[in-house]
Design a protein around this ligand. Structure first.
Ligand SMILES: [Zn+2]
Length: 59
């Protein structure tokens, strides 16, 4: 199973999509993407909660 987070669903105007095998890995990749693309230096607990809430599981 693959966990998927669409950057747009987190609240950014962005077509970026993060895919990973675990929730932890998704969060790591989202943090890297947010920093590189959106200049977000710190992933706050609010962002983590948002990412979790929009996470999709692909079979
Ligand atoms: Zn993005």
């Amino acid at each position: 199973m693959t966990k998927v987070v669409r950057c747009r669903d987190v609240g950014f105007d962005c077509e970026g999509v993060v895919r990973a095998e675990t929730e932890e890995e998704v969060l790591i990749q989202v943090a890297a993407h947010a920093k590189e693309v959106h200049g977000v230096e710190e992933v706050t607990p609010e962002i983590v909660e948002k990412v979790r809430s929009v996470m999709i599981v692909e079979a």
